[in-house]
Design a protein around this ligand. Structure first.
Ligand code: NAD
Ligand code: MG
Length: 390
């Protein structure tokens, strides 16, 4: 087997759940992978701790108010790591010569500018930040195509499809793709049983350990809705050829069906390090630290249809994809603000879909021909939900 090329990796969102998994895989391959850029939102102490372990060339904190603490902390630790702050620094480093590979693992639309910068600069892009694809999927995919950037989806479902369908644009004989969903912590509950669920219950995911925002998205099924839109952009599939199947064991990560009756699936334990190792190694395979799957021990694989009555976010996402234009950007931004309000106990769980639906009703979608139009739609939806939350 040929040697894996050496990769200099920027981990954007290094202090998060995906960031930790990425750094775990990187640390297993010190001769081939190096974290050269580490970036975080505002947790400067957590970022400093990672810098002491991984000794990157650059550390970036998005919050400019934290710059001095980062700079002084690096100096006090005796590190040569350069300190940076702000979104522009994040973009510059994501596109710069000190990395060839970017792990886009910032949560939310805040990740768009650095993800886009990496795509434009032709980096190998390990794309976990699904919100950037929902917000500006066409622009992002076009930027990657023009620069030659290789996008490896890190979302486990899309990573599974990528493994079953490595040439994302070769659709000959492809019939449909099926995204699996765990169903989240409230699977099987009726709508009226969701009235007073708490943030603690919502983020207690049965199978995956993830950041708070995506955990709430999994509980509402908005996560699967965002993933349908993500799949549409990554694999060029129309809405009618993307299906969702609830699979509570989270061992089958997604499926691809061909016209000849064949279905290919990727299976594995629910651990994001597998997808990240695929991203770093592809087309080679490298160790991830994840054990193989013992199907005898697990015994059974169950599948059921999603309940769109109890979990209307999935329906809303399908509708936004159908409407096109700015609708997915509006859906995503409204959801981000609503989830944040739920986590702060300002609104009830069922208000999340209600606020998203009210935003989509109040702000009609328009054609989305530029980043500016999409950003305006994003901002308008944020204002609308913020005003409604009070
Ligand atoms: P997380 O909340 O654990 O981490 C988020 C990271 O983003 C942190 O490092 C934080 O500092 C950083 N960040 C937040 N706001 C920022 C800003 N304005 N500028 C710069 N950095 C900022 O989230 P996560 O669970 O790791 O998820 C990250 C992304 O990956 C999300 O888009 C999520 O949907 C996607 N994803 C996560 C998982 C998972 O298993 N956790 C699976 C699939 C996809
Ligand atoms: Mg996923």
């Amino acid at each position: 087997m040929s040697q894996l090329p050496h990769r200099n990796v920027a981990v954007l969102g290094a202090t998060g759940s995906i960031g930790a998994s990425a750094l775990d895989v990187i640390a297993r391959h010190p001769d081939r992978l190096r974290a050269t850029v580490l970036a975080a939102g505002s947790k400067v102490d957590a970022l400093l701790a990672l810098c002491r372990t991984h000794r990157p060339l650059h550390a970036v904190i998005a919050d400019p108010a934290q710059f001095e603490r980062l700079r002084d902390g690096l100096r006090d630790a005796g590190l040569a790591t350069q300190a940076h702050a702000g979104e522009a620094a994040l973009e510059t480093l994501a596109a710069g010569a000190d990395c060839d590979t970017v792990v886009a693992a910032i949560v939310g639309a805040a990740g768009l500018s650095s993800t886009l910068a990496a795509a434009r600069a032709g980096k190998r892009l390990l794309l976990a930040n699904k919100e950037s694809l929902v917000l500006a999927g066409e622009l992002l995919m076009r930027a990657a195509q023009e620069s030659g950037a290789v996008i490896v989806p890190i979302d486990s479902e899309h990573n599974a499809i990528f493994q079953c369908l490595p040439d994302a644009h070769a659709h000959a004989g492809l019939k449909r793709i099926v995204l699996t969903a765990s169903g989240g912590p409230f699977r099987g509950r009726r709508r009226e049983e969701l009235v007073d669920v708490t943030p603690e219950q919502a983020i207690a995911h049965p199978k995956w350990s993830m950041g708070p925002k995506i955990s709430v998205d999994s509980a509402t099924l908005m996560n699967k809705g965002l993933e349908v839109i993500e799949a549409h952009h990554l694999f060029g599939m129309p809405r009618g050829r993307i299906d969702v199947l609830v699979h509570p064991q989270s061992l089958v990560h997604s499926l691809v069906e061909f016209v000849d009756g064949s279905t290919l699936a990727q299976l594995g334990l629910p651990d994001m390090r597998t997808a990240l190792a695929v991203g770093f190694g592809w087309p080679q395979r490298i160790a991830s630290g994840v054990a193989g799957l013992d199907l005898l021990q697990h015994g059974r694989l169950d599948f059921e249809a999603p309940d769109l009555e109890a979990f209307p976010c999935l329906r809303l996402a399908f509708e936004a994809l159908q409407a096109g234009g700015t609708a997915p950007a509006l859906l995503n931004a409204a959801n981000e603000v609503a989830v944040s309000a739920f986590l702060q106990r300002k609104i009830a769980f069922l208000s999340i879909p209600a606020l998203v639906e009210a935003t989509l009703d109040a702000l009609p979608a328009t054609a989305a021909d530029s980043l500016e139009v999409l950003r305006d739609a994003d901002a308008a939806a944020r204002r609308h939900v913020t005003a409604a939350v009070g």
